[in-house]
Design a protein around this ligand. Structure first.
Ligand code: ARG
Length: 483
């Protein structure tokens, strides 16, 4: 934006009525255009309109309960708030140039619609407790929805895991082939990580489920307001205990943005893996056409752009977190306008994670695996080395010695002295039993301990995973939202 184009600042007495602020009483001059342009948050905080209306309705009912509004006044303001809701819903709400944020916009319109009673809406309330209330309501709903989408992604991973049957692939450490693992086991590894994300989001919701309404600008009120009643009205688990903390606490936003950055990291790891898996070099997975892109120049290309963006956008999610933490650091009690900067990182992180989860879920659910390629890679003879060492251990040899015996055979094999199976068969310590361990498809079956990568351990894991999905769905259902 070119600020030179905005040189016509408003001056004393020149402020058009439509640009009158909520705080004009103390001021003789109007706000400059550059101030409005710089401080406005309406473009992004509009998305809290439902929450703002819900918060205002609870506040108005509270004022009426304690006698600060008559029943008629309460009804007039509630009707006006409902009318604003309809205007918002139908996108017919006319924003005015003085509307700094969604809170001022709605209050202005309520005052226009409700007549004199509208002027009582902001009794014993500040935008400081109002914005904190709105944002907590917004977070409860949106974080719950992100959690629900993650459960869908976990479900898609489970379905592909079931579909994968006994297929196996190399498991890697240091991205070097290590031991064979079931494809199902590998897919569910990501599902368990997402399960922690769901649980973190639900924990965050639990902690943020506190109503700040009634904290006022910073110190509460001299009027007989009812914060506890308002909290119950809004479906919050409890009301604040300390007004200064209530208006200045943004721990919940930082936690939410962390949770989302962590989801982003998990999605990024999945993204990186699928970039590798869909390459000709790996050739482990094929994307459905609906979840792949082409090249504008190279006709043969089929690109995994969803996976790449899941990897790339994690940088942005981490940036949102570090930016927000830096904003919060060192703020004096209580509200400071800096706190307005909590919203864009939060909204962006929720939006980006929501888009990413939907796209990746579709990509995974529709992909097909080249299990022959996977198994061929996993059947490399040396993948059996640990099983050979463990065979010797079962026969009483200390593991360190067994490691050396097998390591020597691998070295001979790599030096071209024969296949590992031949070398093992010729070793009296290993013999035919050892050679059998090197055969294709045997290795994965050896991984039988609890939580291990083979078919014997799979059933218990799948049962536990299914139970996790049921628990998550129940916990998500229990999140009460008024908006
Ligand atoms: N849009 C502002 C925010 O998001 C509203 C609060 C303004 N409060 C104030 N005391 N100036 O934080």
């Amino acid at each position: 934006m070119d600020l030179d184009d905005k040189h016509e600042f408003a001056r004393d007495g020149e402020l058009p009525a439509k640009a009158q602020t909520l705080w004009h009483g103390r001021f003789t001059g109007g706000p400059s255009e550059s101030l409005l342009a710089y401080t406005v948050s309406l473009p992004y905080d509009q998305r809290m309109w439902r929450d703002d209306i819900a918060g205002s309705k609870a506040h108005v009912r509270g004022l009426a309960r304690v006698g600060l509004l008559s029943d008629d006044e309460r009804n007039d303001v509630l009707d006006a708030l409902d009318a604003v809701g309809v205007e918002m819903e139908t996108a017919t709400f006319a924003f005015a140039p003085s509307d700094e944020d969604i809170h001022t916009a709605i209050e202005r319109r309520v005052t226009e619609l409700a007549g004199p009673a509208g002027g009582k809406l902001h009794t014993a309330r500040s935008r400081n407790d109002q914005v904190a209330t709105d944002l907590r309501l917004w977070c409860k709903r949106e974080l719950r929805d992100v959690a629900a989408r993650l459960v869908e992604m976990q479900q898609a991973l489970l379905e592909q895991a079931i579909e994968a049957g006994d297929a196996y692939l190399p498991g890697y450490t240091h991205l070097q082939r290590a031991q064979p693992v079931l494809l199902a086991h590998h897919l569910l590894a990501h599902g368990w990580a997402l399960g922690r994300d769901v649980s973190r989001l639900l924990d965050t919701i639990d902690r943020l489920d506190v109503s700040p309404l009634g904290a006022g600008a910073l110190a509460g009120s001299s009027l007989p307001i009812d914060p506890v009643g308002n909290a119950a009205d809004l479906g919050f688990a409890k009301a604040f205990e300390n007004s200064l903390d209530a208006v200045s606490d943004r721990d919940f936003v930082a936690e939410a943005v962390f949770d989302l950055a962590m989801v982003g990291l998990h999605l990024s790891r999945i993204g990186e893996e699928w970039v590798l898996w869909t390459s000709a070099e790996f050739g482990f997975a094929r994307l459905d056409d609906g979840y792949a892109t082409g090249s504008s120049m190279l006709p043969q290309k089929k690109n995994p752009d969803i996976a790449e963006l899941a990897r790339g956008k994690s940088g942005r999610l981490i940036g949102n977190l570090t930016g927000l933490l830096t904003t919060l650091k060192g703020l004096p009690m209580a509200y400071n306008r800096d706190l307005q900067e909590d919203k864009e990182p939060l909204f962006d992180s929720v939006e980006q994670v929501t888009l990413a989860v939907a796209a990746l879920t579709g990509m995974i659910a529709t992909a097909t695996f080249d299990t022959d390629r996977m198994e061929e890679a996993a059947d490399e003879e040396t993948m059996a080395a640990t099983d050979l060492a463990e065979y010797l251990v079962r026969n009483g040899m200390p593991f360190r010695d067994a490691h050396a015996v097998v390591g020597a055979h691998v070295q001979e094999c790599l030096a071209g002295k024969g296949s590992l199976a031949e070398l093992v068969a010729a070793d009296p310590l290993l013999g035919a039993d050892g050679a059998a361990l090197v055969r294709p498809g045997v290795g994965v079956k050896m991984r039988s301990s609890r939580g291990a990568a083979g078919p014997d351990a799979r059933g218990e894991q799948v049962d536990a995973y299914r139970a996790m999905l049921v628990d998550e769905a129940e916990a998500i259902q229990l999140v009460t939202t008024t908006t």
